[in-house]
Design a protein. Sequence first.
Length: 83
Amino acid sequence: MNNPYPALDDVAFRAVAEGRYIKSSYSNGNAGCVSFALVDDLVGLQDDKLPLDTRKARTLVFTRDEIRAFVLGAKNGEFDHLV
């Protein structure tokens, strides 16, 4: 699995990619949601529609501050037009 993030060392990327992922209780129950994992101060996001190896390789990695900004924006309705 190649680490696409130059600023993130390979060990940290692998830890996030292989972390314990959870998905929203609002998910439709099948492989149709995104999942999140917290590893140290990094948050991984994966698309659970993909096969496991592909999902891990395509893991998006964010800092907690980046996720915090997104969640606060979502709570404020800034992304309501997307749903």
